[in-house]
Ligand binder design. Sequence first.
Ligand SMILES: [Zn+2]
Length: 286
Amino acid sequence: MVTKTRSLLAIHAHPDDESSKGAGTMARYADEGVRVVLVCATGGEEGEILNPRMEQPGILERMAEIRMAELRTACDILGVDEVYELGYRDSGMPGTESNKRPDAFCNADPQEAVGGLVRIIRAERPEVVLCYDESRGYDHPDHVRVHEWGTEAFNAAGDPQRFPDAGEPWQPGKLYYFATFTKRRFTLLNDAAIAAGMESPYVGWLEKWDEMGFSEPEVTTQVNVAEYIDLRTKALLAHATQIDPDSFWFAVPDEIQKAVYPWEDYTLVSSAVETKTPETDLFAGV
Ligand SMILES: [Zn+2]
């Protein structure tokens, strides 16, 4: 067995987030021999059936179980080495009753949640950690918590004073936030779709973007995933209850994405190693 000397750890909120944010990156690094670790905070219990093909008896009742199976399939496709399920309950969309449930991830004890993440970081010893930014426009309570607690866990993991019972301290070299949903990317895909004579699925999004005045995340790092876009698409499709094959996710064919925007984008938030932005490799300087 080949020992993997580098490790990448991504923290996500729900099953399917790993396939819509940074999936090509995981597939590429896994292919290059990096150990790829996924942490999924919740079971996605609040997910509705978003694919008409899955509107079948018994699906909604078994949503958590089915979504976990979908997650396993997606991770197999992407080459993820290890999946940690934190086991919290999906908090539901902002403003819904589920936000109030005591077992919802958003209501977890912060010490316990951060401590759990610290324990995983110390056990896995990744050089690179990925999590969410402060989430302009998408204020799902579970995503907000992944941002807050993921960032705190990154900072605490190397500190021997914090969580002394959670394993040997380990400070990962770099923390990145996903910068997946940028106006720049969707504008380029939109224009390419129109140029190819297609109806662009992004027109409405782009209009909303201007109305809401979302700020663009700073993109410090672009990982070229051209060779892995097909795996990303397959992984997304594995989330059959959540992803409609006829939806906007697939309206721009892989070939156009490959030609126009073969990158997955990140913001470098913290680095203990020497590196110079812009970067093309999450492990630059490691
Ligand atoms: Zn999510």
